[in-house]
Design a protein around this ligand. Structure first.
Ligand code: PHE
Length: 337
């Protein structure tokens, strides 16, 4: 290879370097001059044939050139990358963006919050209790002794230890009365468990328990508080009915029904074609229950109620299957945002 030839490659490389305009130009340049078959690589190989002195000189020059080109390419590349970022984007910026997914409050949590907000202005304090309970708090202290057929009213999940999953929030009444001195007013939301499952029953569901104990509390106070709650939660014109009932821990006892808002009273699968849905049980605290927590029934009276949160949420939002609350399909949950 002649000296003139090498000079020509140099000139060509420097000229083309200045003309690089894109990253693909740059790649082509690399291949043409510096790649395995590139002309500079080729030239470096071919100087072997030159006389020693010339070989040294040309070799040094070519290596210098190679280094120079590599450095230049590196900075050129950075420059081109930078420019490329500034290019108008190859997308339609008028298209709607992808919305981030936001979570929402679960309808049951909403109803529980709302119930607590209805009762706290009346002086009720929000308390909670354990979901794994002893037979004593869940049954015995609530005037349901072991032989009592009422134990069968609630299909209980027992644990191997002999403890159980509470079947209602009423054991919180006992715990609250033991932990406090009368008078007291508490509201206690929580999960409860019964071996039962269909469109209206889930093996785990929620209740909110209310309890008021004072020196002069009457059945009409109870009815007043429950009517107030129903109006607050379901609106002024809500149809209500009180039915006599039985619970071992209250005497007298009642159940409150609300006109079925799913069918407007016509009859549907939610209300078993009766037009009414039971949403709570209530009554005056049984003297035996007061005695179990060392409250003197001659001095203290009270009322208690336990409401079903799912029932209330179903009526409020027009949901006809309790299982929807626990399947957690996004289309269902998102309608409550
Ligand atoms: N604990 C009862 C139940 O789960 C409801 C209830 C609570 C009834 C308080 C009366 C008083 O069925």
């Amino acid at each position: 290879m002649k000296i003139e030839e090498i000079q020509r490659i140099k000139d060509e490389a420097l000229r083309e370097l200045r003309a690089l305009r894109s990253l693909s130009d740059l790649e082509n340049f690399k291949v043409k001059f510096l790649g395995k078959k590139g002309s500079i690589t080729q030239a470096l190989r071919e100087i072997k044939g030159l006389p020693l002195e010339e070989r040294k000189k040309t070799g040094a020059e070519l290596n210098q050139l190679r280094q120079y080109l590599e450095d230049e390419l590196e900075s050129k590349k950075r420059e081109l990358l930078f420019l490329e970022e500034d290019k108008p984007l190859d997308i339609d910026i008028t298209l709607p963006g992808r919305r981030p997914l936001y979570g929402g409050v679960h309808p049951l949590a909403k109803v529980i919050d709302e119930l607590c907000e209805v009762f706290t202005p009346l002086g009720f304090e929000v308390v909670t209790g354990p979901e794994i309970e002893s037979e004593y708090y869940n049954f015995t202290a609530l005037n349901i002794p072991e032989w009592h057929p009422a134990r069968d009213m609630q299909a209980t999940f027992y644990l191997q230890s002999g403890a159980l999953l509470r079947t209602h929030t009423s054991p919180i009444q006992i715990r609250a009365m033991l932990a406090r001195k009368p008078p007291l007013r508490i509201i206690a939301p929580g999960k409860v468990y019964r071996c039962d499952a269909d469109v209206r029953h889930s093996p785990m569901f929620h209740q909110v328990e209310g309890l008021m104990v004072d020196r002069e509390v009457s059945f009409s106070d109870l009815k007043g508080v429950l009517s107030y709650f129903a109006r607050e939660v379901f609106g002024e014109g809500t149809r209500l009915r009180f039915r006599p009932s039985y619970f071992p821990f209250t005497e007298p006892s009642l159940e409150m029904d609300i006109g079925c808002v799913i069918c407007g009273g016509e009859g549907c699968r939610v209300c078993s074609n009766t037009g009414w849905i039971e949403i709570l049980g209530a009554g005056m605290v049984h003297p035996e229950v007061l005695r179990a927590v060392n409250y003197d029934p001659e001095q203290w009276q009270g009322f208690a109620f336990g409401l079903g949160v799912e029932r209330i949420a179903m009526l409020k939002y027009g949901i006809d299957d309790i299982r929807l609350f626990f399947e957690n399909h996004l289309y269902f949950l998102e309608s409550f945002k």
